[in-house]
Design a protein around this ligand. Structure first.
Ligand code: MN
Length: 236
């Protein structure tokens, strides 16, 4: 647990809590941490039943303050010539826990959003080649645009539905939530064996095929059926 203290005890002003709008209420969702699942969509529809070849999911993180709202006009990230979009279902947790059972995992979900896992692909390629961390390729400023959250109490737990991304009106990514290799309950359960999850934690659950380059001036639109829409624009 963090040390207990009040504002008067801090040597500098306390960091601002990053929040995300919640559809249907003026209350906002405070972001604790942002976890991201690595490759989580098969290129083709997954056959029903057990897949003996699948490996456990792997995770990386972005700082909470990488989250920015829909409608943002963003400065083009520094130090990249190959910025990529990855449209993803975001799971926002309302309850934490450790060693969460798969069949109880959805009880921990507050709601869902559309997110972009923006990626400096060139920097990531260098990191992969050299065996270095991905942090600066993935966790840079404004790297996690996120739509307003729709509460599970309103929309349930979407396991299927179209997910797509358009750049300047042109379709780039297209898939279905049902193509996820690791389903949301499995992802929550497994992640909770690695860390104790906390209320406010968000999980970006991977992206379908079609990731591609973004240029200054581009307008990105992300969509997930039943979850919402997200639009951001990069300054030219
Ligand atoms: Mn991703």
């Amino acid at each position: 647990m963090p040390p207990v203290g009040d504002q008067a005890s801090y040597a500098i002003a306390a960091p601002v809590v990053t929040t995300v709008a919640v559809v249907g209420t003026d209350a906002t969702f405070p972001v604790a941490r942002v976890f991201c699942v690595g490759r989580n969509y098969a290129e083709h529809a997954i056959e029903m039943g057990h897949d003996p070849d699948r490996e456990p999911p792997f995770f990386f993180m972005k700082p909470a303050n990488a989250v920015v709202p829909t409608g943002s006009r963003l400065p083009f990230p520094t130090q990249t010539q190959d910025l990529h979009h990855e449209v993803e279902l975001v799971v926002a947790l309302g309850e934490g826990g450790r060693d969460i059972d798969v069949d109880k995992a959805l009880n921990h979900v507050f709601g869902y959003a559309v997110g972009l896992d923006m990626t400096r692909r060139d920097m990531q390629a260098v990191a992969k080649k050299l065996g270095r961390p991905w942090d600066m390729a993935k966790g840079f400023d404004q790297s996690a645009p996120t739509s307003p959250i729709r509460p599970a109490a309103d929309i349930g737990h979407p396991a299927e539905g179209a997910i797509w991304l358009r750049t300047n009106g042109e379709i780039r990514q297209q898939g279905d939530l049902g193509q996820q290799i690791w389903k949301v309950p499995e992802t929550i359960s497994y992640l909770s064996t690695l860390v104790e999850l906390r209320p406010g934690d968000c999980i970006m659950t991977g992206t379908p095929k079609g990731v591609s380059g973004v240029q200054p001036g581009d307008r990105l639109e992300g969509h997930i059926d039943g979850v919402g829409d997200l639009t951001v624009e990069y300054l030219g």
